[in-house]
Design a protein around this ligand. Structure first.
Ligand code: KG4
Ligand code: ZN
Length: 349
């Protein structure tokens, strides 16, 4: 049995988790997620405030995760910590703390790519999930369509040209004066909206060649902005606008992912990242590929930023014999490890 401590501080959640793996099956012994609500006051994450809040909470959060799991440092087999991408000051807090603990306890250390963490999240609840599959990772900072022939080997099929999918939800929520983060409020409001009231463009849908897997969300956001300005009664139109936006965004995400799954002949589709909390996205994806593929998405607590997914990805790397050394640094532009060469992946931020 291997027991891994995971630490995640890339954005506005301070999180720690203890994960045990027995004969390949994960068991989550503890998970603590402390969300920094201060950012709601500013309508978005304020990096300086995020770093300070992480600094205040990192020790009690890790202590609590160890206590909840009923273990001490000496009972761990390794420490996995998010090394990037993310807010550099925020990353530094978790990384420095993880490094210090590993040094003190003489434990192997592994730096984890935040998006690889999101990719591993569904394995926590579905240990049977295994490649080959196509994965759509959609968060506040990234939109990545990946082909995964095996764990640790990733072909980046497409990403966004401008705004990330989650960022689009957040920006549209701001236009509709719904506060931050925008995804959950838009999803809720969209349920009351009339799908026929606004029909927004489906950006890049139907694009050919390498762009068939490319996303773009800033034009969609501009279309919503125009509709908001033209609205004579925003209070009455808000739900319809949310519905129109969400339908457009989800259709593009679902269609491109289904196209990739079809093209590469896979029977498994993985959805990950904060936007994968969206039930409509998960349901529509499931319906779209139902004849030939199964869709895996973690529950919301494991889809938004958390340390359990970092422990899961870290545990896999540690089991492969991968180790980070003490020179491990936080990086806001960390490339995904294991990218298959010769793809648009080389440009990944
Ligand atoms: O993965 P995540 O927790 O943090 C980053 O790595 O960025 O993703 C956060 C993003 C935010 O943009 C948030 O609005 C979005 O995920 N999100 C959602 C939903 N819940 C969170 N987007 C759409 N529908 C949701 N239900
Ligand atoms: Zn994330």
């Amino acid at each position: 049995m291997e027991r891994i401590l995971g630490i995640e501080t890339s954005c506005d959640e301070t999180s720690a988790a203890v994960l045990s793996i027995t004969a390949g099956r994960p068991s989550l012994d503890s998970l603590v997620i402390l969300s920094q609500d201060v950012h709601a006051l500013f309508g978005g994450v304020v990096p300086e405030l995020a770093s300070r809040a992480h600094l205040k909470s990192i020790m009690p959060v890790v202590d609590r995760a160890l206590a909840d799991a009923g273990v001490g440092l000496e009972q761990l087999d390794g420490i996995a910590v998010t090394a990037g991408p993310g807010l550099i000051g925020a990353l530094l807090v978790g990384l420095s703390y993880g490094k210090t603990l590993a040094w003190r306890a003489g434990l192997p250390l592994i730096g984890v790519h935040h998006m690889e963490g999101h990719l591993f999240a569904p394995t926590l609840e579905h240990p049977e999930l295994s490649p080959p599959f196509v994965a759509l990772l959609v968060s506040g900072g990234h939109t990545m369509l990946l082909r995964v022939p095996e764990w640790g080997r990733y072909q980046l099929l497409g990403q966004t040209r401008d705004d990330a999918a989650g960022e689009a939800f957040d920006k549209v929520a701001k236009l509709l004066e719904l506060g931050y983060p925008g995804g959950p409020v838009i999803e809720k409001l969209a349920r009351e909206g009339d799908p026929a009231r606004y029909r927004f463009p489906r950006p890049m849908l139907g694009a050919e060649g390498p762009d068939r897997f490319t996303f773009s969300f800033s034009g969609l956001k501009t279309s919503v902005l125009r509709a908001v300005r033209q609205s004579e009664d925003l209070a009455a139109d808000r739900a319809h606008l949310a519905r129109g936006f969400q339908d457009a965004a989800i259709e593009v995400l679902v269609e491109k992912t289904a196209l990739a799954a079809e093209e590469f002949g896979v029977e498994t589709v993985v959805l990950g990242g904060g936007v994968a909390c969206n039930r409509t996205l998960v349901e529509q994806m499931g319906e779209r590929v139902a004849p030939w593929a199964r869709v895996y998405a973690a529950t919301p607590r494991l889809n938004t930023d958390n340390a359990a997914m970092i422990a899961a990805a870290g545990a896999w790397h540690l089991a492969q014999g991968h180790r980070s050394d003490w020179s491990l640094e936080a990086s806001d532009h960390l490339p995904l490890p294991g990218l298959v060469a010769g793809t648009p992946a080389e440009a990944v931020a």
